[in-house]
Design a binder for this molecule. Structure first.
Ligand SMILES: [Zn+2]
Length: 371
């Protein structure tokens, strides 16, 4: 859903596709609405040219904001994989969450602080240069100042997934030393804020026919869905902290031979054991994995003639885990691959299997003792 535009400080920068639509809409609304009010009696070239330039400044401002986050993250040895730019913000995809409240607080605050500094700087230039700079430059400076302050204020809303939510969590976490409790508190604050946004958005749109209320409505819905996701993510990372794949995998694995027919594997494996997938092993070596879906893709009348090795997913195409891997990394792998189980392999030999069920059970058990 995004386009790679380059690398900055070793971090991949991506542009979400919706950004192009937003760019066009924003240029249009600047050229037709905003600029003619502040700068009347200019030509079309001025309005469209300055409009497009201002929209591009929003992009640059969001980019600088995100880079500020990743520069601080790097100081805390947290790797930022990529930055994806959306309309009023970006998402820095980090490899892990902050380990300490100070790291969380500084990483989260870096973005809005940078936006405030930029906003004030642009606005100062606008005020100082107003008398002698070309009017097009003055218009861009004024808008850049305005938009950076908007970015800072929007991102400082104390709700997940905004920076303000993380700043708040960092502060509470620093006081109570409990990341789970702090996350739950901020999740509840986020729900309250999303409710207020939705209510105000709804009222102003319906009762006062003010369609800018639709923005509030959207932000509210966005906050609502993200808040729960942040809570879940933290619960999972916390529950799996320090857990290795080898600790929670199933060691006694029922395997099947590559030469069996689909009818045989159905009768002797899928039906009696009720698992959804089995590793295919010959002489101790893992050759692949067969799932009930693979079997169902073949019509039952052909089950006698087709073999496991014909329909299985081969090891080369298979995502697998190592017993020494961190459980949370294996869970991410599993989710990214969209599969229900990972074979656990050590030196080419199958030593176990880890399923979604293993993760769910571990997370539930470990959270019981912590909440
Ligand atoms: Zn930010």
């Amino acid at each position: 859903m995004s386009l790679k535009v380059g690398r900055l400080f070793g971090v991949e920068v991506r542009l979400h596709y919706t950004w192009f639509l937003i760019f066009a809409l924003l240029t249009w609304s600047l050229a037709w609405g905003y600029l003619p009010v502040g700068y009347p009696e200019q030509g079309d070239v001025f309005y469209w040219g300055v409009g497009a330039f201002c929209a591009a400044m929003l992009f640059v401002s969001v980019l600088i904001h995100e880079v500020a986050h990743s520069v601080v993250a790097r100081r805390y040895k947290i790797k930022v994989n990529s930055i994806t730019l959306y309309f009023l913000g970006g998402v820095s995809e980090t490899a892990e969450e902050a380990h300490t409240p100070e790291a969380e607080l500084r990483m989260a605050a870096a973005g809005p602080l940078t936006s405030i500094v930029l906003g004030v700087a642009f606005y100062a230039l606008f005020l100082l240069g107003g008398g002698f700079l070309p009017v097009a430059v003055v218009a861009v400076l004024e808008y850049s100042g305005y938009i950076n302050i908007v970015l800072a204020v929007f991102n400082l809303i104390p709700a997940f997934p905004m920076d303000g939510g993380r700043v708040l969590r960092g502060v509470i976490w620093g006081r109570n030393k409990n990341v789970l409790k702090s996350t739950r508190l901020v999740t509840n604050v986020s729900r309250l804020i999303s409710f207020l946004f939705i209510a105000f958005g709804f009222l102003s749109t319906i009762l006062f026919a003010d369609f800018s209320g639709i923005w509030l409505l959207f932000i509210g819905l966005f906050v609502q869905s993200s808040a729960q996701a942040s809570m879940n993510e933290t619960r999972v990372t916390q529950a799996l902290l320090g857990v290795k794949v080898g600790d929670i995998m199933t060691r006694e694995v029922k395997t099947v031979e590559p030469g069996l027919s689909l009818q045989q594997v159905q009768d002797y494996a899928f039906t009696p054991f009720k698992h959804h997938g089995f590793p295919v092993v010959k002489d101790g070596v893992l050759l692949g994995l067969i799932t009930d879906e693979d079997v169902r893709r073949v019509k039952p009348e052909h089950w006698d003639e087709r073999r496991v090795e014909d329909v299985m997913r081969k090891t080369a195409d298979l995502v697998s885990a190592n017993p020494g891997d961190a459980a949370v990394d294996a869970l991410i792998k599993l989710a990214k691959a969209g599969v229900g189980r990972l074979p656990v392999v050590e030196d080419g030999v199958l030593v176990g299997i880890i399923t979604r069920g293993d993760f769910t059970r571990t997370i539930q058990e470990r959270l019981k003792f912590r909440s």
